[in-house]
Design a protein around this ligand. Structure first.
Ligand code: ZN
Length: 198
């Protein structure tokens, strides 16, 4: 089975609007296990399928970030935020944007519905960091990054870092370390056809 890697900005998977998963199989479960490993290794608390170049609506979280606290691990497949209440500002980061941070306004409390790895539907009312990480990861599934949601003056400050990352990816593509955007998009399209109705 293929090894996943974290996709860094501006990988086209991060701008991909993913489709609902229609099949949960051994490959998908293996990918989810790898996503948890990558998330912990990078000291994150959430990781979306788009961030490992998989065009599926699913993400994993562990709000503690502690691999020992496996009881806090959650997999959200085809999640839908059906209710949002209140508003709260807090600093966010993203494993696809290392060392880039900025304040984002999000709903304070949410209700989210999703399916787990057994295909069972569940619903949660969440607040605090839990609500924030679910909103951040859900955005990834629509190709939205937290930097799309920071204030204009914050984005101006972050822009040189984003430009550096863009230049670095271009160099890696020219060196052949990373496939071209066109090839990366073709692979996303192929994977999408395998497990969605898209
Ligand atoms: Zn992120």
């Amino acid at each position: 089975m293929s090894d996943l890697q974290i996709a860094y900005f501006p990988h086209p998977a991060l701008r991909w609007k993913s489709k609902d998963v229609t099949r949960i199989d051994a490959q998908l479960k293996d990918w989810v296990g790898q996503m948890f490993e990558l998330m912990y290794a990078a000291r994150g608390i959430g990781l979306a399928a788009n961030q490992v170049a998989l065009p599926y609506r699913l993400f994993v979280i562990n709000p503690s970030g502690d691999p020992a606290e496996t009881e806090l691990e959650q997999v959200f497949i085809n999640p839908q935020i059906i209710k949002r209440n209140g508003s709260e500002d807090a600093e966010e980061g993203c494993l696809s944007l290392p060392e880039i941070f900025g304040p984002v306004t999000r709903a304070e409390r949410i209700t989210v519905e999703a399916f787990d790895l057994n295909g069972e539907e569940f619903a949660y009312e969440l607040g605090g960091i839990h609500a924030r990480v679910v909103q951040h990861e859900s955005d990834h599934l629509d190709g939205v990054m937290f930097t799309d949601k920071v204030a204009a003056e914050v984005l101006t400050e972050l822009q040189p870092l984003l430009d550096d990352m863009t230049a670095q990816m271009k160099r890696q593509q020219q060196d052949g370390q990373i496939a071209s955007d066109k090839e990366l998009r073709a692979e996303l399209q192929r994977l999408q056809a395998e497990r969605t109705d898209g």
